[in-house]
Design a protein. Structure first.
Lengths: 286, 332
């Protein structure tokens, strides 16, 4: 019972991070109907950025968040203006394999620079600490990550609903042509969507480095988690991404604890598969 | 009816003369290759090239003509390779009996998966195929009956053996692979003129219109996916006896699927010669560059080069190198 409770709490905390990872994918898909296969690699870039800044300047890992966000933003913008803009003119297969190429490129660039080793951060405000709360063990890194993920999520959610910029983004998502007639610079909005997607996932990477190791091929794993989350929540839905993130956290952690850790990731893929076959719209899709 | 089919497969009359000459040159080159080039590494690269031609020609059916981004070719290869290896190791069954069984297993797997997956379109389909192949890979790594992560090794036989396809010289493998590739090319030549070929291209152009013309899009795609499975299965069976060792990382890996898709895309998806051109560029590049850089401890540069190529190709000329050639030809 106590184990179940502990697992549940840690699963919920992890789920909030998954939600943040999925958020970037949901924004990009919502605004321009293109799936970013390189999303997991953006996360990896965020993780390496945080790792490098924290070790080279020996600063607190949490302070690297803005830097990782900045790098993610620039990466997203660059991918849009240098690649995706041209892909949109081509057929579906070119769009898919184009971002796929970006994924392979980033992954092997990291392999080339950092080598295939696993790297972790050893010093930091949160790292390696935990607290007992009744029978439940709360690990500081997961708790901090969850709180900051929620904060990030809240900011994006507020921005989408209450600012002019968010409204313009939403309008572009709903109907590009009509948004263009209303005087919205849709090209800029699409670039911005990529930038925002990159920034959120960069933040997620900088948070994740507090309790997870980083290696060049980590991307595909989180990419699949993000795909499963977004598919479950409904492509393009921000609220859906949040709830689905929590559900995915549960599935992964409970499955890992009770079925054996080697089947943890098979479970993610299975969930994704079942969702797209049974209910392709997802929970909140439109 | 049968004679008509054979005639369609064997006649290249509708192609321009340049392509026919190129094809003849290709056949001649493959045929005399083992006699002019004796180096072991070069011969191994050549056999690799032929295997990848086979995979690519199969994938081109669904990925090129069908326009469906199926990133799971490796699991078909793996299914067949594992069936063949298991039957040969555990029950000592001859290769010539195992191969049809392996191909059947790969085809059935493609049929069942295709039946469910082709309810999805576009992005969803692509991601679902990745998900499925990752599930298979995880299962094969953890399944001890088939060797788990250690893989399966075929026993070495004392004398060269035709029944178990074990030879002391790569020349025999070369010709076997060459025959398989020729079968695939002739099949594709028939396919592009066949009813199924036209139906598939109609679906790629516009699925809704194709359906309104009475084509059962779902069924056509499933059929094409099964044929893709057959080619991958043949490649997998050959791979098993050629290397006499398989593990989940060599035949089930997502990277193999990626490689096949990128190769076909670079060469020109949806054209007859695209996969061969792609393999001709990528495989030697991969082996020689990989060996050269790996010897110097630099990892991943070869994959970065393909990734750059595929990004440039999909942004500027989605029909690949073959598309560029055709454009140049039309301008003249």
């Amino acid at each position: 019972m106590e184990m179940l409770l502990s697992t549940l709490v840690s699963a919920l905390l992890m789920g909030m991070l998954f939600a943040l990872v999925a958020l970037g994918l949901a924004i990009i898909f919502g605004v321009m109907n293109i799936v970013n296969f390189a999303h997991g690699e953006f996360l990896m870039v965020g993780m390496y950025t945080a790792f490098l800044t924290a070790t080279i300047f020996s600063i607190e890992p949490l302070l690297t968040l803005p830097i990782a966000a900045m790098v993610g933003f620039l990466l997203g913008i660059a991918s849009y203006y240098m690649l995706v803009r041209y892909l949109l003119k081509g057929p579906m297969i070119a769009q898919l394999l184009g971002t796929f190429g970006l994924m392979i490129f980033l992954r092997y660039l990291a392999m080339c620079i950092f080598g295939p080793d696993y790297k972790t951060l050893e010093h930091g405000l949160l790292i390696g600490k935990s607290i007992m709360w009744g029978p439940v063990v709360l690990s500081y890194p997961r708790l901090g990550t969850a709180v900051l993920s929620m904060l990030g999520f809240g900011i994006i959610y507020w921005m989408m609903d209450y600012t002019r910029l968010g409204k313009a983004l939403k309008a572009t998502a709903l109907d590009v042509e009509a948004a263009g007639y209303m005087g919205i610079d849709t090209e800029k909005m699409r670039g911005l969507a990529w930038g925002l997607g990159g920034a959120t996932v960069g933040i997620a990477g900088a948070l994740l480095i507090n309790f997870y190791y980083v290696f060049p091929t980590i991307g595909i794993l989180f990419c699949m988690i993000a795909f499963a989350t977004v598919a479950l929540g409904g492509f393009g839905s921000i609220k859906g991404a949040f709830i689905a993130g929590l559900i995915m956290g549960m599935i992964i952690d409970l499955g890992g604890t009770y079925l054996g850790p080697q089947y943890k990731f098979a479970l993610i893929y299975l969930t994704f598969f079942l969702v797209v076959v049974i209910r392709p719209k997802g929970l909140f899709g439109w | 009816m049968q004679i008509r089919t054979l005639k369609d497969a064997l006649s290249f009359g509708d192609l321009p003369a340049v392509e026919r000459i190129g094809f003849i040159l290709f056949i001649t080159f493959c045929f005399i290759f083992p006699w002019i080039i004796k180096g072991g590494f070069a011969q191994a690269v050549m056999i690799q090239f032929l295997i990848f031609c086979l995979y690519g020609l199969g994938w081109n059916l669904i990925g090129g003509y069908g326009g469906q981004v199926a990133l799971g070719q490796a699991k078909n290869v793996g299914m067949s390779a594992y069936t063949v290896a298991l039957l040969m190791v555990r029950w000592n069954i001859p290769f010539w009996v195992c191969t049809p069984l392996g191909v059947i297993v790969a085809t059935i797997e493609s049929f069942v998966l295709g039946y469910f997956l082709f309810r999805l379109r576009g992005h969803y389909f692509a991601i679902a195929t990745i998900a499925v192949s990752l599930v298979w890979q995880q299962l094969f790594i953890n399944w001890n009956f088939i060797g788990g992560a250690r893989g399966i090794e075929l026993p070495l036989r004392e004398t060269p053996n035709f029944i178990y396809m074990q030879f002391d010289s790569p020349v025999y493998y070369h010709y076997f692979a060459f025959v398989l590739v020729m079968i695939a090319i002739l099949y594709m030549n028939w396919f592009r003129k066949s009813r199924l070929g036209y139906q598939l291209r109609a679906i790629t152009a516009n699925e809704d219109v194709a359906e309104s013309l009475g084509i059962n899009a779902h069924w056509v795609k499933v059929k094409a996916y099964c044929i893709t499975g057959i080619f991958a299965g043949m490649g997998g069976a050959f791979y098993t006896v050629y290397y006499s060792y398989i593990d989940p990382f060599s035949v089930m890996h997502l990277e193999l699927s990626i490689m096949i898709a990128l190769m076909t895309m670079i060469g020109g998806a949806g054209s007859m010669w695209g996969p061969i051109i792609g393999a001709m560029i990528l495989i030697p590049l991969d082996r020689y560059l990989g060996a050269w850089l790996g010897g110097r401890g630099i990892l991943g540069v070869d994959f970065m080069i393909y990734a750059l190529m595929v990004m440039i190709i999909s942004a500027y000329e989605p029909r690949g190198i073959w598309g560029i050639i055709e454009k140049a030809r039309r301008k003249r």
